[in-house]
Design a binder for this molecule. Structure first.
Ligand SMILES: Cc1cc2nc3c(=O)[nH]c(=O)nc-3n(C[C@H](O)[C@H](O)[C@H](O)COP(=O)(O)OP(=O)(O)OC[C@H]3O[C@@H](n4cnc5c(N)ncnc54)[C@H](O)[C@@H]3O)c2cc1C
Length: 459
């Protein structure tokens, strides 16, 4: 509970129109995409770095938690105020401050929506590749905090590959600038990389310098249908080993395909084991050739059928199949445990077979899809939360899946972060000394533990 004086001081900092304390307003900021709810004591909407600095200084002197929040689309509970306190919503700091076409950079405020930045730079013939599926509503600040990525990661990398520099308010209220506006820059430790992916626990990002690329001339989209998942995996390996790096290489398993078909009657054959959605981009003549090579590789890998989109409209239709998976899974069970594991690309069949065996062992409903090009598989365990037995079996199953993934040389999270949901598993992947170093970094930057407490590290 915040004291009357603290509320008064916060109101002085942000102005009376930019603070909310009524229950109905607080409820709107009590959840994210995980379906969990924790009520904050207040939500503030600062408009600049100085206001955020004052809020954090006050949090240190008064001892209340502060939780940064972008669009609240996170899948790991990072923006949830698990210990109450003040939500700092970055939604008013949403400007694209500069697009510098000569130097191929953009400077943005953290609340800028990812898709809006992409569309603005595209109008100038430029390209900001990181493309989380949530890009129509998630923010660049949230992307930086989670190091978000999407289908284009296979060719273009993830958010960390585009962040050149940051302005950050440290938990103590001091403001620092990290990195540079140039591609090169090696002065001192790389604090930019430390901040990216720190899940809002080491500082509040208030300005971001991003690298841009020239917009590829054209794209070509294809869908390949396989009767055997191993053939699809072999096609993925062959495409990459022939040095064709697609701009997207997405995979759907049998269960995902049948859910999509029931949900939207696209005309996918019922007895299919795997689909690959493949996109290549670049100069027009080059991608025509690459598309033909990819088609041949898929057919040589025993694809039953390869559809190449003739124009943008057809390409959009093929992408609709991929985008329909997530909503269509709801027909299986009302609740979803959505894990974003990653394995080396050539271990995908082994991972899927292992995950299916684990699901069978614990009588769980499971569907898998994701980014085959970079080994990032979205493992969905569909459950009914009111069935306690099923929930307990799912927890056991998830733990076993993580063990399998680590044994295969992979990682338990490629995109969504640890937040509160994977806290109890980080010791499976990281050694104690590595976790201790991370905790010491947190302690140095946030000695009073006021910024986003209760995240990443289990008690
Ligand atoms: C339908 C759907 C599809 C998704 N698809 C993808 C996907 O393809 N790839 C992917 O990577 N993720 C995906 N996500 C997850 C989510 O969109 C990303 O993690 C995204 O980066 C979160 O952005 P946000 O603005 O919603 O941040 P929030 O959810 O508000 O916050 C996420 C974390 O960032 C911190 N934070 C927010 N702003 C700041 C700031 N300015 N400074 C410091 N910390 C901050 C918060 O404290 C929190 O820890 C998806 C989510 C949904 C709902």
């Amino acid at each position: 509970m915040l004291s009357h004086n603290v509320i008064k001081e916060l109101t002085n900092i942000v102005g009376k129109d930019n603070i909310q304390t009524s229950k109905e307003d607080l409820i709107c900021y009590s959840y994210d995409a995980t379906n969990q709810k924790f009520l904050p004591d207040a939500v503030v909407f600062p408009k600049n770095v100085s206001e955020i600095s004052l809020i954090l200084k006050m949090a240190n002197s008064e001892g209340f938690p502060v939780v940064p929040r972008g669009a609240g689309s996170g899948f790991s509970g990072g923006s949830l105020p698990v210990e109450g306190g003040v939500i700092v919503s970055l939604e008013r700091m949403n400007k694209i401050l500069k697009i510098d076409a000569d130097n191929l950079i953009a400077i943005v405020e953290p609340g800028a929506v990812t898709g809006e930045l992409q569309w603005e730079v595209e109008d100038l013939g430029l390209f900001y590749p990181p493309d989380p599926s949530s890009l129509k509503f998630c923010t660049i600040g949230g992307n930086v905090a989670e190091c978000a990525g999407g289908p284009s990661a296979v060719k273009y990398g993830v958010t960390k590959d585009y962040v050149l520099g940051l302005e950050v308010v440290l938990p103590t209220g001091e403001v620092i600038n990290t990195g540079t506006q140039t591609i090169k820059g090696v002065v001192g430790y790389d604090l930019t990389k430390l901040m990216v992916g720190s899940e809002g626990t080491l500082g509040i990002v208030t300005k971001i310098i991003l690298k841009l690329l020239p917009l590829p001339e054209a794209t070509k989209t294809m869908l390949a249908v396989f009767s055997d998942m191993r053939d699809a995996a072999a096609a993925v390996s062959r495409i990459i080993s022939l040095k064709i790096i697609p701009s997207a290489l997405e995979f759907m398993d049998k269960e995902s395909i049948s859910c999509v078909e029931e949900y939207s009657s696209i005309g996918l054959p019922a007895d299919v084991e795997a689909l690959l959605l493949i996109e290549v981009d670049g100069a027009k003549e080059l991608i025509e050739k690459q598309a033909e090579s990819v088609k041949k590789i898929c057919l040589d890998s025993r694809a039953r059928e390869v559809r190449i989109a003739g124009d943008k409209k057809e390409a959009k239709k093929l992408w609709q199949i991929r985008r329909a998976i997530s909503p269509s899974l709801a027909k299986l069970k009302p609740n979803k445990i959505n894990e974003d594991i990653v394995v080396p690309r050539n271990k995908i069949p082994e991972a899927i077979i292992g995950i299916r065996e684990i699901a069978k062992k614990y009588s769980l409903t499971n569907a898998n899809f994701g980014h085959a090009g970079d080994g990032n598989i979205h493992v969905n365990i569909m459950i009914d939360k009111t069935d306690r037995g099923e929930v307990a079996r799912a927890e056991e199953g998830v733990k076993e899946i993580f063990k399998l993934v680590i044994d295969l040389g992979g990682t338990i999270s490629g995109e969504h972060g640890i937040g509160i949901f994977k806290m109890s598993y980080i010791g499976m992947e990281l050694s104690k000394p590595a976790i201790d170093v991370m905790k010491k970094i947190k302690q140095v930057l946030d000695p009073k533990g006021i910024l986003n407490p209760g995240k990443i590290f289990p008690e």
